[in-house]
Design a protein around this ligand. Structure first.
Ligand code: HEC
Length: 99
C-alpha cells in the first residue's frame, strides 16, 4: 500500500464504524482476512467457527486474549498478533453488526 493511501483507509475505517454495515457490503480490509477460516460473512459452516453476530466487546476481548497468548488456540494467536488495538476494535465492530 502506498503511504498516501493511508488517510483514505483510515477514513474508510472510521466511517464504517459509524454507518451500519450490512452483510452484503464488502468487509473492511482488516476483516477480510478472517473470511477464509470463518466462512462467508464470518457465519461459519463446513467446520468453520461462526464469529458473526456476536457481542462486539466479546469478540474484541477474545482477540486481545489470543494476541496476549492468554487464550489457547492453534492459529488465532498468530493471526491476532498481526492486528493493532484499533484494527481489533474495527473487526469486532464489523462482525458484531452482521445478523
Ligand atoms: C487461518 C485460519 C483463521 C483465520 C485467518 C482467522 N481465524 Fe479465528 N479461529 C480460527 C481457529 C482454528 C479458531 C479456534 C481457536 C484456535 O485453534 O486458534 C478460531 C477462533 C476464533 C474466535 C473464537 C471463537 C470461539 O467461539 O471460541 C474468534 C472470535 C475468532 N477466531 C475471530 C477471528 C477474527 C476476527 C479473524 C480475523 C481478524 C480470524 N478469527 C481469523 C481460525 C482462523
Amino acid at each position: 500500500m502506498r503511504l498516501n493511501a493511508l488517510p483514505a483507509l483510515l477514513l474508510t475505517l472510521a466511517l464504517s464504524s459509524v454507518a451500519p454495515v450490512v452483510a452484503a457490503e464488502p468487509a473492511p480490509l482488516a476483516a477480510e482476512a478472517c473470511l477464509g477460516c470463518h466462512g462467508p460473512d464470518g457465519r461459519g459452516g463446513a467446520g468453520a467457527i461462526p464469529i458473526a453476530g456476536r457481542d462486539k466487546a466479546e469478540i474484541a476481548a477474545i482477540l486481545l486474549a489470543f494476541r496476549a497468548n492468554e487464550r489457547p488456540g492453534t492459529i488465532m494467536g498468530r493471526v491476532a498478533r498481526g492486528y493493532t488495538d484499533a484494527e481489533i476494535a474495527a473487526v469486532a465492530d464489523h462482525y458484531s453488526r452482521i445478523r
